[in-house]
Ligand binder design. Structure first.
Ligand SMILES: *Cc1c(COP(=O)(O)O)cnc(C)c1O
Length: 380
């Protein structure tokens, strides 16, 4: 007889978040940087971990001060924005940062709002913190403008607004007027999830520049994507010291291990090397968008390291056909679309070969609408 554990009602029948981790030659499904650290860099990271190990009898620095200083210095280099270490909050991935945000600013009777299609984890943070969650659709081109966001906020008075820029799974970045309008309108907080910020195209702004004007703005970043450190689990929030102090109320004691702090600091010391392939990945991305369109697909403009492509008559069939050719992509986003991470140049050659075979299959593609090539929004 099977036993059903007495979990909370909203967890009954739910399945844990996660893409299939399949052993496939070309893995383009979780938006990682495909370039591993060099053996030299791996050795330096290992030395830092070994040094930290000599003090593993002690709890880590609860406030992770040295790491916060290093992250602040990194942001100055990367985005030319000066922030105080008291404005930086690291945790085990930006996922944990978001959990802190929802724990501190959401809760029973409170509402979080996001714009779909978007990252599906937001709904889970809301569920786990007993926060109501509402999504509002994006424009057909997956963009957002200030008027839409403000109208949605007037309708719902959200306590947390999540603006993802570049957005996952569409790759769409926001202009800063949208973020400013949301911050000015909000009586709660506004989170701009910039997990993919380092991949943005020239001229695309970061919301870090708005922090000074808006104490209710939280910008989240991660070392998992451009920084090629997904396995270490390090993400961080940047916000006013008052917001950071609120996050400190809900973190678990000693949430960030001394090994993680040491590894992150060693990696930041080598940020030029770790970020060295970002320019290559951006140009591969732009080439891939152009190739997809020429080959008969639709592809959404992307400021990230992935591309939303379509439109497939049966996207699960397309996903399977690609997998049969050794290429794993992600079945996510509006129905009829697939998300593909930009890989190494060799990965991308394999991807094109597989896509080239798939696009010609009988009944595979939905012909683009006459005229504008725009699509239905749908939800993630
Ligand atoms: C990948 C991703 C993250 C975060 O990941 P961590 O590995 O937890 O830092 C956050 N937001 C979005 C939109 C993502 O795609």
């Amino acid at each position: 007889m099977t036993w059903s554990p007495p979990v909370r009602e909203e967890l009954r029948g739910a399945s844990p978040y996660g893409a299939p981790q399949l052993d496939v030659a070309v893995r383009l499904n979780t938006n990682e940087n495909p370039f591993p650290p060099s053996p030299e860099l791996a050795a330096r990271i290992g030395q830092a971990a070994a040094a930290a190990a000599l003090e593993l009898n002690r709890y880590p620095d609860r406030e992770a001060w040295s790491l916060r200083e290093d992250l602040a210095a990194y942001l100055l280099r990367e985005s030319a924005v000066a922030v105080d270490p008291a404005m930086v909050w690291p945790a085990n991935g930006s996922n944990e940062v978001m959990q802190h945000v929802f724990s501190a600013f959401g809760g029973p009777g409170r509402l979080a709002m996001a714009f779909s299609p978007t990252y599906s984890m937001y709904e889970q943070y809301a569920r786990d913190t007993l926060t109501r969650y509402r999504t509002v659709g994006r424009r057909p081109d997956f963009g957002l403008d200030a008027a839409m966001v403000v109208a949605a906020m007037i309708g719902g008075s959200p306590d947390i607004v999540v603006l993802t820029s570049p957005n996952n799974p569409t790759g769409t970045a926001l202009t800063l007027d949208v973020v400013s309008a949301a911050c000015a309108m909000s009586t709660g907080i506004v989170v701009v999830d910039e997990a993919y910020a380092e991949f943005r195209r020239p001229g695309t702004a970061t919301a870090l520049t708005l922090l000074e004007a808006h104490p209710n703005l939280v910008v989240t970043r991660t070392m998992s994507k451009a920084f090629a450190l997904a396995g270490a689990r390090v993400g961080y929030a940047v916000a006013s010291p008052e917001v950071i102090d609120s996050l400190r109320l809900v973190r678990l004691p000693y949430h960030l291990s001394s090994i993680t702090q040491a590894v992150a600091r060693a990696a930041l010391e080598s940020s030029d090397e770790l970020l060295g392939q970002v320019d290559l990945l951006r140009s591969e991305r732009d080439d891939l968008v152009a190739w997809l369109r020429a080959a008969g697909f639709q592809a959404v403009d992307s400021d990230a390291n992935f591309i939303l492509m379509g439109e497939f008559a049966d996207r699960h069939r397309a996903w399977q056909e690609l997998l049969d050719r050794g290429v794993l992509v992600r079945e996510v986003g509006p129905d009829g679309w697939l998300r593909v991470t930009v890989g190494t140049p060799q990965d991308n050659i394999a991807l094109r070969a597989a896509l080239g075979e798939v696009v010609g299959m009988d009944g595979m593609m939905v012909p683009p609408a006459e005229g504008d090539g725009s699509t239905d929004g749908g939800t993630a």
